[in-house]
Design a protein around this ligand. Sequence first.
Ligand SMILES: C[S@@+](CC[C@H](N)C(=O)[O-])C[C@H]1O[C@@H](n2cnc3c(N)ncnc32)[C@H](O)[C@@H]1O
Length: 269
Amino acid sequence: MITPEQFRFFAELVKTASGIALAPGKEYLLESRLNELARILGLKDLNELYSKAKTGMTSSLKERIIDAMTTNETYFFRDQHPFDTLKKEILPEAIKRNGNSVRIWSAACSTGQEPYSMAMLLCESFPALSRGAADILATDISRDAVEKGKAGRFTQVEVNRGLPITLLIKYFKQNGAFWHANDNLRRMINFQIFNLLSPFNFGTFDVIFCRYVLIYFEQQTKQQILEKLAKSLNPGGCLILGATETPIGLPAYMERVVSGKTTYWKKNA
Ligand SMILES: C[S@@+](CC[C@H](N)C(=O)[O-])C[C@H]1O[C@@H](n2cnc3c(N)ncnc32)[C@H](O)[C@@H]1O
């Protein structure tokens, strides 16, 4: 059993480093994830991990702890309708403004299903953009997730979640138990490890997807990230959040747009 002192120590560490807030009641989550990490690191259990973290914390151990506490749930074309809105409304408007170029950011991309879905959408519906005029940045705090995304290698179970068979056959090659994204798709996406708590230094974007990550943060952290996301948009650029996420703290110049099932925020500045 995790002790209250251990819970406080790890919860504080995770919150300070990643923003992920582990409220009392999440002891089971910390305990199961960190026992698993202890096993992977060749330690006896969470107690030994705690002693190691208390007495000799290194940046790599800290990273492993944070990584273990991230929830990387994702799938291809998650919720579908934001991708429909991207195709029918957001990208055509961005192209009109920019003249055939577009910058997209999948912030908190997990293992890459979101940016690969964007890349396939560009290839299918905006072929001119897919040949070098589109820049997809995909970032996440989790090293394991980003490396998996970069490798573009997915299991059968993963491709069965949301990826139409026609796109699977067209853009992926099967090799043993895995499906590999083709080189063209992989070239379209720039994967990087990035913590949303850090200052943003990627320039500005036409579209930002920041979905199903703000739910893990406290209001003040959410607000700071929303302000930085809004600043990172070009005029007319759009921010898409997860379906259940409310952008309290988004600057007033971000206009709420409802398009079919999708609600998104457009920069009016
Ligand atoms: C549930 S996944 C969402 C993935 C994808 N956006 C989707 O909607 O399918 C949440 C992701 O947020 C990442 N994350 C958590 N805290 C983060 C932070 N401070 N900076 C960047 N990414 C973070 C996690 O590593 C995880 O991969």
